[in-house]
Design a protein around this ligand. Structure first.
Ligand SMILES: [Zn+2]
Length: 400
């Protein structure tokens, strides 16, 4: 139903000839590897102007309603149906503007917000009561108008001079926000180290294209880098001083998602799931033996945090497992109130239980587990048996 609202403008596809030309360029330029999209850079700029105008069209319709839309219809556009289709192109548009044009710090913030707002994976969940709809509509209309105003200003401005950009470890480093040379040097160092780590394990296929240095990763204060699956763009935040180590790991993690994208979709997903389940089995085994290991049980009276202390260990739940009984820290005997926490959680919080996942984030999903494992592998921190499992998964994913 949403189909008729959509204005779709896609970037021109890379032709077979472009690919051949690019391969030749790559062979003759050992320091910098071009990404496939470079072939159409000039076209991409024209394309962005068209996209901005398409966005203006969309906005005109969204606000004035040539087709007599109800308020609810308008909010529908922001919901899933459109998130899958129209917003895809808008994400490309704003991410593209950020990486293709020079802009002031103020405009950059607006464009970063727009790119986040139009993230394809984002889902709007509205309660359909009139007041909420009214409010949402008003806020979105205002935000979209601002995005349009800035986007128009940006496309009329100056494209980033990519020839003048620094190269680090085979990547071109794009300064999208006029960050000073000192800040850029730190980023270049991190990227060069990450690139070196990938080369060492034979992951040259991930080293190409641009790394875009931005003010914040989709508005988050904590995120360090981001890989955009749909556009194959890599983003890294500017201010990394004192966080070079975690930053290098994050770059490796994000580029592991690029490797995942090179997989055959069906085979790749199967391989990553198998890998995840293998690690999960190891993890459950490690957890089982730790929770039943009496030498790892806490003693009565051990404080847990500012509020709780250990009152003892009991066996409970289904299937029966040890759990830690807790009492309020200040509570004298007899205890007035008790609570309990699973032994595994307790041991994890105390750092006694080391599961098999390489980081706690790796637990999240097969895809994140894979990325975390690749990052650890490149950093020479992956146990041998897990490295074997990882290499097998990569082989299966690539179909080699
Ligand atoms: Zn990830």
């Amino acid at each position: 139903m949403a189909g008729r609202y959509l204005v779709r403008l896609r970037e021109p596809k890379v032709s077979r000839d472009d690919w051949r030309r690019l391969r030749r360029v790559r062979q003759h330029n050992p320091t910098y590897m071009e990404s496939p999209s470079e072939a159409t850079e000039a076209e991409a700029l024209v394309c962005q102007e068209q996209r901005v105008e398409a966005f203006a069209e969309f906005l005109k319709w969204f606000t004035a309603g040539g087709e007599a839309l109800t308020l609810r219809d308008r909010v529908d556009i922001l919901n899933e149906a459109v998130a899958k289709t129209y917003k895809y192109d808008l994400q490309d548009l704003f991410e593209g503007l950020l990486t293709q044009y020079e802009m002031s710090a103020k405009d950059r913030k607006v464009m970063e917000r727009a790119a986040r707002d139009m993230d394809r994976r984002r889902r709007y969940q509205f309660k359909f009561d009139p007041v909420t709809i009214m409010k949402t509509y008003a806020t979105k209309r205002k935000a979209f108008r601002k995005y349009l105003e800035v986007a128009r200003r940006v496309v009329e401005g100056k494209p980033i001079d990519r020839g003048a950009c620094a190269v680090a470890g085979g990547f071109r480093i794009i300064n999208t926000g006029a960050f000073n040379p000192k800040v850029m040097k730190v980023v270049e160092g991190v990227v060069a180290d990450a690139s070196e780590a990938m080369r060492k394990v034979g992951l040259e296929s991930l080293i190409y294209g641009d790394i875009n240095v931005v003010g914040s990763i989709r508005g988050s204060r904590r995120s360090i880098a981001h890989y955009s699956w749909d556009t194959d763009l890599v983003f890294i935040r500017a201010n990394l001083r004192g966080r070079e180590g975690p930053a290098e790991k994050t770059v490796l993690h994000e580029l592991a998602h690029r490797l995942e994208k090179q997989f055959d979709p069906a085979r790749g997903q199967r391989a990553l799931k198998k890998l995840y389940n293998a690690i999960k089995d190891q993890d459950e085994e490690a957890t089982r033996s730790a929770v039943w290991d009496r030498s790892l049980w806490p003693e009565k009276g051990t404080p847990l945090d500012k509020k709780w202390k250990v009152a003892g260990v009991s066996i409970g739940g289904r299937p029966p497992a040890p759990r830690v009984e807790l009492a309020l820290l200040e509570d004298p005997e007899p205890l007035s109130y008790k609570a309990h926490v699973g032994m595994a959680n307790y041991q994890r919080s105390k750092g006694v239980l080391h599961g098999a996942f390489v980081t706690s984030y790796a637990r999240t999903s097969p895809s994140e587990n894979f990325a975390e494992m690749v990052a650890a592998w490149c950093s020479d921190e992956l146990p041998d048996d897990q490295q074997d499992l990882l290499l097998k998964a990569i082989g299966e994913g690539l179909g080699t």
